[in-house]
Design a protein around this ligand. Structure first.
Ligand code: MG
Length: 205
């Protein structure tokens, strides 16, 4: 893979970030959240619930066509995510990049967007706490999707919203799944550590 530097960013029009592990580190109690969703599933469908993660549980509800139950699940997720929101840790290099994009070869016309599987309220609140909410034009969160990462829907929604080409976009996330999502969307994608290292290098010089 190529090294991420100013030349990578130069031609981009839209920079998309994941949220958790990328811009901030959320402090939600994921274990209790998964338990709450699994308890709810058993109670609602009277069936054993053996999902390896939240997305597969939610996909099952999507496949059932139960939109109302899906929304109820989103509200449970939002509640757990927001509970510890003030304990969020912003990732300082990424916040610096967002606040000073021109220092990194990014055109001043470039727009920032979020594609995260956290709920929209969590995204907005986290960006507010980090003091960068006004830097973002568009956010795609869990409720906006019916197919989750590594499905490419979120990135394609952002592309369509800004009416740009895939090659005009770049995506940053913290997981292999994010890289896979980018590959599935045909959007150049990097692990956030690459951007963090680039920020450190620029700031040192
Ligand atoms: Mg993440």
């Amino acid at each position: 893979m190529t090294i991420m530097d100013a030349s990578t960013l130069k031609s981009k029009k839209i920079i998309v970030f994941d949220l958790d592990g990328t811009i901030v580190r959320l402090a939600a109690d994921w274990h209790s959240l998964r338990k709450a969703l699994n308890d709810r599933y058993r109670e609602k469908f009277k069936e054993e619930s053996q999902f390896k993660n939240m997305s597969s549980l939610l996909s099952d509800i999507v496949a059932r066509g139960d939109e109302e139950e899906l929304k109820h699940n989103f509200s449970i997720i939002q509640k757990y995510e927001l509970e510890n929101i003030t304990k969020n840790e912003p990732i300082k290099e990424v916040i610096y990049f967002i606040n000073n994009k021109e220092l990194f070869g990014v055109n001043s016309e470039v727009k920032f967007a979020i594609f995260s599987l956290n709920t929209r309220a969590t995204i907005i609140k986290s960006l507010q706490i980090a003091g960068v909410v006004n830097k973002f034009e568009f956010c795609v969160g869990r409720e906006d999707l019916r197919a989750w990462k590594p499905e490419p829907e979120g990135l394609l929604k952002i592309r369509d919203r800004f009416q740009v080409l895939n090659k005009d976009m770049i995506y940053f996330g913290d997981l292999k799944k994010d890289l896979l999502t980018g590959a599935n969307a045909g959007v150049e994608t990097y692990i956030i550590d690459d951007l963090i290292n680039f920020v450190r290098k620029v700031r040192k010089n």
